[in-house]
Structures are given as C-alpha cells and as structure tokens.
Design a protein around this ligand. Structure first.
Ligand code: FES
Length: 162
C-alpha cells in the first residue's frame, strides 16, 4: 500500500462498505473504483482484499480479465473505437489501425505523455453512425482513415493551447 495515502485508503474502504451486505460484491466494488479513480492498481486491490477477505489473486484475476477494468491510469483522452459488426464492415479496423499508427500505441495502451489511450469497444449503440469513435464520450460519426489525423491534431492543438 506504499503509494496510497490515508484518505484514499479510507475512500476505498468506504466503497467496499457500500456492498457489505451483498453476497458477491467484488464486481460492484471494482466497478465503482474504476469509475471513481479511473484505474485499479495493486495497492488498491490490497485494500479491497483486506476489507473483504477476498484474495488479491482473485481480485487481480478479475481486474485483468475484464477489459473495462484497468491496472494503469488511462490517458487524458480515451479514444474509443467501436469494432462492433456495423462499424467493422464499414472500416473500423482501418480506423483503429490508423490511430495506432499515428499515436504509436496499440488498443489498451496509453501514450507515454499520458495524453491518449486507445480502447477497442463493442457496439456502442450508434450503428447508424458507423464507423463510430468516441473521445471522452463525444461521438465522432462515420470516421474515415482520413479523418483520424485531423481528430488527433484537434486534441493535440487543444493541449498546446492549454
Ligand atoms: S457496431 Fe459500432 S455502434 Fe454499433
């Protein structure tokens, strides 16, 4: 628990307490931690383990099995590329490949400057806009390989202005 301060430790314990009457609370606890902290590092898993009695090995197994849990912090901008069927048939693979090429990272990875994470998503319910990309919740409709460079540039210039 080396990197967790006392306040953070108390918050993790409070999240565990929300589900203390549940028979199988682990997914709910981890979902809340992911949503509120953005990631679930080992030291957080240790607090959850102490509090719930569930082994760190089991918690680690769950965190690494589900792609919506993350061991490392996401980038400032999370680029979600839908690879659902409707998007896939309209070229989503080429779109995500282009993001990878430009940013030098694969899906699930974050750029070393902490700015961008690429996420491969299943259908996000916007099939009419296929291929769809979301960046921190904003939807980019009918994205083509050509658009990818412009989209990345838009966020980089936003950063340069900040
Ligand atoms: S398949 Fe991409 S939004 Fe439905």
């Amino acid at each position: 628990m080396a990197h967790l301060n006392e306040a953070a430790t108390e918050q993790i314990k409070a999240i565990c307490d929300r589900y203390k009457d549940e028979k199988t609370p682990l997914m709910m606890i981890l979902s809340d931690i992911q949503r509120e902290y953005g990631y679930i590092p080992l030291e957080v898993q240790e607090v959850v383990s102490d509090k719930t009695g569930i082994s760190v090995a089991e918690i680690y197994g769950v965190v690494t099995f589900y792609s919506f849990f993350s061991l490392v912090p996401n980038g400032k901008y999370v680029i979600g590329c839908c690879l659902g069927t409707a998007c896939y048939v309209k070229g989503a693979q080429q779109v995500i490949d282009k993001f990878s090429e430009i940013l030098g990272i694969k899906a699930g990875e974050t750029t070393s400057d902490g700015l961008f994470t690429i996420d491969a998503l299943r259908c996000i319910g916007a099939c009419a806009l296929a291929p769809a990309v979301t960046i921190n919740g904003k939807i980019y409709p009918r994205v083509t390989v050509k658009d990818v460079e412009k989209i990345v540039a838009e966020y980089k210039s936003k950063e340069a202005e900040a």
